[in-house]
Design a protein. Structure first.
Length: 606
């Protein structure tokens, strides 16, 4: 336990011992104000420190007013979503998953789910196991809304209880800084609490007003100049470093260490967001670093469509080349005579391009945040968490197995957090959505439907031999004609066809319960592929209107395997990365793939 007196720059440790003990607190830069530009950098760091201390205080006060303990976080931040039953783990036993789902619902409700409700949930889970994106049926959605109602009642009751405690919290702060804050401001705090706790979209979604932030700042400023000890109620981390760097740290005495206290806080700006109306979606690109686009809600169209180039690969290549020739030169000199090589400034510079990359990432994130602000848009990216991380949420069929992003997930995460940092400072809200299927949907189709478009069944595997039109559909856009079935085996077929030049080629068609692939026998190239859905032992062939890796060449749509383009049979060809960024923007607009504030934990499922 500790309390801080900011005026006296003292920290009091363990105040429960009547006397406690007191330590000096260093609250300004240790360097003297000398050097370049009359010590401008020292003044800068002093300003920075002052701001940090104030921000920490504001954050601590905000947490004392509106912070939640873990069980309240779980209750107030959670919601019941029908999506829950989609998130079974790979190879998870279905009965085990059913049990898990019921447990999660019951934990949220603090009461049991009826047998009738269970039956309906289980039958929907059965459907979901055969095909993850089966639409929810009405009965199931009704059960979810019944469950939601009970959950929301619990939530409301808890929020009301927390509101009833709020007066007490205000009294506590009045004791600290009472006379310095006007009665109107204190009243406003209570009004803000009322709005926050009974916010219709839920307490954790509430966006605090600018005036609330101002009042917190006033309180903080008064605490800073008050000669009394204040309990931050924020647990710091204690760090120690050897005071004498030349000594080994193995057996230093307590007074041979320097001690630092580290606090974590979030800038108060983060809680007063702009009221944005448009949506800026970002995705990683294949050849480009990033693709982003802005959806204008009023115009119902995409007003910005941008592909950000990737110069980094070029830099790396150039660096390798220069390094190699330098090494070569060095070896030559050394071999010649006993030359001592001068410390080469060039070499130092060449050591790394990391700072350059860092600056580039900073500039891009700045550019994106400015763009979002200029167009009154929130920013939406894909979640990087959990299982999505490995697969990027894309179905791992042959078509997507080879999606080779220009940015590693690590660097993408880095840029995302830079964007978040700058967005917070500007008050631009940033969200993340689940990555599932975002690269497999046509943005224009999603816009028309207001939701993801489900793939449709174009036929069954055992109909291929008897349905001419199905054969035609399988080869549509492949450029092949005169398709004939030569031989049928179990899970396999041999076919012949004529290519664009009129030459005969042989093909192999293979399928299992997951996918159907048609390959050119000679070069093993994929001619076409389709997902398969097992319906009561019959293999249904699915096709979606939008496909990545398909494009129009010389007027005919064709499966070229070029993942940079996508082709929608309704809306035509589009850059696949740009399309994905548009889909991501629309996810937030239509509330698909569970959008949450960036960096928040998804509470409704693991
Ligand atoms: Zn489309």
């Amino acid at each position: 336990m500790y309390e801080i007196n900011f005026l006296k720059k003292k920290i009091k440790i363990n105040p429960f011992i009547p006397k406690g003990f007191y330590l000096d607190l260093v609250m300004e830069p240790e360097q003297k104000q000398i050097g370049k530009n009359n010590g401008k950098s020292v003044i800068k760091s002093r300003e920075y420190l002052n701001n940090s201390i104030k921000s920490l205080l504001i954050f601590a006060i905000h947490s004392q007013f509106f912070g939640l303990n873990n069980s309240d976080k779980y209750l107030l931040g959670g919601k019941i979503t029908p999506q829950l039953i989609k998130y079974y783990k790979k190879n998870q036993d279905i009965e085990n998953f059913k049990k898990e789902v019921i447990e999660r619902f019951e934990r949220k409700l603090k009461q049991e789910i009826s047998e009738k409700q269970k039956k309906i949930i289980f039958s929907q889970i059965n459907l979901q196991y055969s095909q993850r994106d089966t639409p929810f049926n009405k009965e199931y959605l009704n059960v979810i809304s019944e469950i939601s109602e009970v959950f929301n009642q619990r939530k409301d009751a808890r929020a009301e209880y927390l509101l009833s405690l709020f007066d007490g919290k205000i009294k506590l702060f009045k004791k600290y800084v009472g006379e310095k804050i006007s009665p109107l401001d204190w009243d406003f705090l209570f009004e803000e609490a009322k709005k926050a706790y009974i916010y219709e979209k839920g307490f954790t979604e509430y966006i605090y007003s600018a005036r609330y932030a101002e009042i917190l700042e006033k309180i903080a400023e008064n605490i800073l100049i008050k000669d009394s000890y204040f309990d931050l109620k924020k647990y710091p981390i204690l760090l120690r470093k050897s005071a004498d760097k030349t000594k080994k740290i193995g057996n230093l005495k307590p007074n041979e260490w320097k001690y630092y206290i580290q606090f974590g806080y979030e800038p108060i700006n983060a809680i007063s967001f702009l009221d944005t109306r448009n949506f800026l979606g970002i995705d990683r690109g294949l050849t480009h670093l990033l693709a982003y686009s802005i959806f204008d809600k009023g115009e119902r169209k995409f007003i910005v469509n941008q592909l950000e180039p990737n110069p980094i690969k070029g830099w790396k290549w150039k660096l390798r080349k220069v390094k190699r020739s330098l090494q070569h030169l060095e070896r030559k000199w050394k071999a010649k005579e006993n030359v001592k090589l001068p410390e080469n400034q060039m070499k130092k510079k060449l050591r790394s391009i990391e700072p350059k990359v860092e600056v580039y990432y900073h500039n891009i994130s700045r550019k994106i945040v400015n763009l979002a602000k200029e167009h009154n848009a929130s920013i939406i990216v894909e979640s990087l968490e959990g299982g999505a991380l490995k697969q990027h949420g894309r179905k791992k069929n042959a078509r997507n197995r080879t999606l080779n992003y220009s940015l590693s997930l690590f660097d993408y995460g880095k840029i995302a957090s830079l964007i978040k940092y700058k967005a917070n400072l500007e008050g631009v809200p940033m969200y993340e959505v689940l990555p599932a299927y975002t690269s497999q949907q046509c943005a224009m189709c999603v816009l028309e439907k207001g939701n993801f478009v489900e793939p449709e069944i174009i036929g069954y595997v055992d109909e291929i031999g008897s349905r001419e039109d199905l054969l035609f559909l399988l080869f549509e856009g492949s450029g092949l004609s005169f398709i004939k079935i030569l031989k049928e085996n179990k899970n396999k077929m041999s076919l012949s066809a004529r290519d664009v030049k009129g030459q005969n080629i042989n093909l192999n068609l293979k399928y299992n319960f997951k996918e159907l692939v048609i390959l050119n026998e000679q070069d093993e190239n994929v001619v076409a592929e389709f997902p398969i859905k097992d319906i009561d032992g019959k293999f249904a062939i699915l096709d979606s209107v939008y496909k990545r890796g398909k494009e129009k060449v010389n007027g005919i749509q064709k499966y070229t395997g070029n993942k940079k383009t996508g082709y929608c049979s309704k809306h035509g060809q589009i850059d696949a990365d740009l399309n994905a960024s548009r889909v991501i923007a629309l996810c937030k607009y239509f509330k698909i793939n569970d959008p949450i504030l960036f960096g928040e934990k998804r509470k409704s499922f693991k």
